[in-house]
Design a protein around this ligand. Structure first.
Ligand SMILES: [Zn+2]
Length: 372
């Protein structure tokens, strides 16, 4: 394992990984409350790692173990996540189809790392707040590991996703109108019951990074010019940024892609903040059919903004109607996407005259999970 420490990007305070996890009280900086981030010993990775290996192994999640915070990758809890197709859908446009992961969404990469960590720490119970996909994913990996899963969901969560969680054996608790309501309940539960808190936290972020490693790998160790990503909590977005930053440090790629964030018009805190050049503000009455990106107060929102600015990227909002239309258009190209994921294609359609070079849309979930 090449990990070094947790760092708070806000106040620069560092924490030893093992010591911090032993007295584990969640993942916020004890000094200023911001989310911690995991750093690696990049020099040591460079000394042990040959970029040539990229060319001789198919891209899969665990291939990038050098950039994952797992003590023993052979003991990782896995369902064969990752290794998803990169599909050319015409000209310079590509789809990275994350809907074909074991539980039907990109969340499986993060769940594999989080549940592996919970097992490393000897935890018997995990808890999570979710609008659906993450809860389903955590439930599956918890089952595989023989750990109990408790999932808090807001009222708007899709029935079909709740059914999936229950099939995996999770205890599902419906609570509150918004994602934030469920999130607060999950944190309280973890503290009271000594359960491992899963969700949009540092270990998940590390697992989500492998989608970016795979994209670069599938472009023969190059970054595409643009990557378009639907943003709910912003974890995938920031993870993609962190992964490309690491790959540049490690000499795998030589330029950063522009990162483009997409949100639903009825719940677009990151887009609003970016357009108005101000801090993130919680959305009072979020409203969209795109449940998977309906996050009123994104956990990694400030970091998503940072990633847009650092890559000279962009942020755009799309309407529910535009997403429904995009879902149909993608299906005509053979890609059956969840509404929230189709947002990436809706954004591409809106921006295509402005986009220069190659564009990859991350299609985060499969279409079976929607009512629409
Ligand atoms: Zn801090």
């Amino acid at each position: 394992m090449y990990t070094k420490y947790f760092i708070c990007e806000h106040c620069s305070k560092r924490f030893g990984l093992d010591a911090f996890m032993k007295e584990y009280k969640g993942f916020a900086c004890p000094r200023c409350g911001r989310m911690l981030e995991i750093t690696y010993d990049y020099e040591r990775i460079l000394a042990n790692f040959m970029p040539a290996q990229f060319r001789h192994m198919p891209p899969t999640h665990m291939k990038y173990y050098f950039a994952l915070p797992l003590k023993n990758p052979h003991k990782a809890v896995t369902l064969g996540e990752g290794g998803t197709p990169l599909v050319n859908i015409g000209e310079n446009a590509y789809v990275k189809f994350e809907g074909v992961n074991p539980t039907g969404s990109f969340k499986d990469r993060g769940s594999s790392v989080e549940i592996s960590k919970a097992v490393e720490l000897g935890k018997k119970e995990v808890v999570c707040a979710s609008t659906g996909n993450m809860g389903a994913s955590i439930s599956a990996y918890a089952s595989k590991a023989g750990v109990k899963a408790i999932i808090f969901t807001p009222e708007f969560a899709e029935k079909i996703k709740l059914k999936q969680m229950k099939y995996y054996g999770a205890k599902v608790i419906k609570c509150g109108r918004t994602y934030s309501d469920a999130l607060i309940k999950s944190i309280k539960y973890a503290k009271l019951n000594n359960a491992y808190l899963t969700g949009d936290y540092p270990y998940r972020l590390e697992g989500q990074k492998t989608v970016a490693y795979e994209i670069a790998d599938q472009f023969n160790c190059n970054a595409p010019d643009n990557i378009i990503i639907p943003v709910g909590n912003g974890t995938l977005f920031y993870a993609t940024y962190k992964a490309f930053k690491e790959m540049k440090l490690l000499g795998i790629i030589n330029k950063m892609p522009k990162l483009i964030a997409v949100q639903a018009r009825g719940c677009a805190p990151v887009v609003n903040a970016f357009r108005k050049n101000r801090k993130l503000r919680k959305i009072k009455n979020p409203e969209t059919i795109a449940g998977a990106i309906n996050c009123d107060n994104p956990v990694e929102g400030e970091n998503a903004l940072l990633a847009i600015k650092k890559t000279r990227g962009d942020a755009i909002a799309v309407s529910d109607d535009e997403m429904i239309k995009a879902k149909k258009m993608l299906a005509r190209k053979g890609i059956y996407a969840e509404i929230s994921s189709a947002a990436a294609y809706a954004a591409y359609e809106k921006m295509r005259i402005r986009i220069k070079g190659t564009a990859v849309m991350v299609i985060t979930g499969i279409g079976f999970k929607d009512r629409n």
